[in-house]
Design a protein around this ligand. Structure first.
Ligand code: 5BU
Length: 397
């Protein structure tokens, strides 16, 4: 194990959640994994909303993260986002959009927060290449902060006249994505992109235009616009008391109680840097990977960790999460060696990635998606990855 000396490879996730400088979202993920024991992420590479939601239902209980490629979902829309957020909330997993940003700062900000995908609005985690230079991380971090602030900005306009003392128009923009409780009180259907009007980049915060107020007598019309800032959800969540047993004997009731104590997902965003790829012949040299780590350390509040094939934690204070794609298991009853897909993908087993290489979360796509019983196959991967983790941290011999 190349990083066997680093404390994070032998420290349980529960304890890593308490290390200094661990962001609230990272701490939440580490606790979620501790409670549910899925250091497994599903790569839901499917091409329709119905397939995406179906697979999220099928395997949602076995994963800590669901990874999407939103740009391959043919009918990606509000329905996709709302469905996904509802299932994520119910089944307790985070959503990760595998967007692999790689452009100048100004462009990635727009790609992240606007357009038909508006990723910042629904995915807690996304990822980026660092080949454009470190400014890409700052740009995404700033865009994420502005986006969250915009969600938390509640704008309401009231127009009242003498013969009607009740508000004629009341509009709220805090249509937060995950509560499935839209608060837009107008006739059009609630739309997750509605939050874009106060802006995602903070450049203009615009109240909705009143309904032709000048066409009425000024003395009989009163327009008032209120901007409420809600900051609670942005603030780091208090660390919940979490006495999570590592034994597998805790009942569903215990688990539900612990989940209650865990609280809701912090309303934050995080980034993974692409430090190493799983594909054969990729061009990320060790110097490039080292640069990723250096940049990540400068943005610890936003960079959760890496997509890599081994843990990259080296400095004493490093507590980055490593997520490893290119993971596959041989069919039950078959021992397996190195595997691939004929298109450059290289596969390793969960045991190799987690126990030998020190990765924290394995990412599995076709290994689960192509199974006849996806739920059962996801459980097989989850068990393998979890046992490898337990062995690594000394909870199982
Ligand atoms: P698979 O079906 O398990 O091979 O899918 C792997 C997923 O992980 C797929 O969505 C890829 O885009 C993603 N991936 C990867 O395979 N290797 C990498 O180095 C990176 C992402 Br980065």
């Amino acid at each position: 194990m190349p990083t066997s000396q680093h404390p994070t490879t032998t420290l349980p996730f529960r304890d890593r959640a308490l290390l200094p400088d661990t962001s609230p979202l990272t701490a939440y993920l580490l606790r979620l994994i501790t409670i549910n024991r899925p250091n497994l992420r599903l790569s839901a590479d499917v091409s329709s909303t119905s397939e995406l939601l179906a697979v999220a239902e099928e395997v949602g209980d076995s994963i800590c993260l669901l990874k999407t490629h939103a740009d391959i979902v043919n009918d990606f829309s509000d329905r996709t986002v709302r469905g996904l957020r509802e299932i994520a909330k119910r089944k307790k997993f985070l959503v990760f959009e595998d967007r692999k940003f790689g452009d100048i700062g100004s462009t990635v900000q727009k790609q992240y927060t606007a357009g038909p995908l508006s990723i910042a609005k629904w995915a807690e985690i996304t990822n980026a290449h660092i080949f454009p230079g470190p400014a890409i991380v700052k740009a995404l971090r700033d865009a994420a902060a502005d986006s969250i602030a915009a969600y938390n900005t509640h704008v309401s306009t009231e127009i009242t006249g003498p013969s009607n003392t009740s508000p004629q128009t009341s509009r709220s923009y805090d249509d937060t994505y995950d509560d499935a409780s839209p608060t837009i009180n107008e006739s059009e259907p609630a739309h997750p992109n509605a939050v874009s009007e106060p802006t995602v980049n903070g450049t203009h915060l615009q109240a909705p235009t009143p309904l032709h107020p000048t066409s009425r007598k000024p003395s009989t019309v009163s327009v008032s616009t209120t901007i409420h800032m809600q900051t609670e959800a942005i603030s780091p969540q208090p660390t919940p008391f979490l006495d999570v047993s590592h034994s597998s004997s805790s009942s569903d009731d215990d688990r539900d109680t612990i989940f209650d104590r865990l609280g809701s997902t912090p309303f934050l965003r995080a980034l993974l840097l692409l430090a190493e790829m799983s594909s054969e012949g990729h061009l990320m040299t060790s110097a490039y990977t080292a640069k990723c780590v250096e940049i990540a350390r400068q943005y610890k509040d936003f960079v959760m960790g890496f997509i890599a094939q081994r843990s990259l934690n080296q400095a004493d204070a490093d507590n980055f999460i490593t997520m490893a794609p290119g993971c596959s298991l041989p069919p039950p009853g078959h021992a397996g060696g190195a595997m691939g897909d004929g298109l450059g993908q290289r596969y390793n087993t969960p045991r190799m990635l987690v126990l030998e290489q020190g990765c924290d979360v394995v990412i599995v796509g076709r290994g689960i998606l192509r199974a006849e019983d996806r739920g059962r196959e996801a459980e097989r991967y989850r068990r393998e990855a979890w046992e490898a983790y337990e062995e690594r941290v000394g909870l199982k011999t």
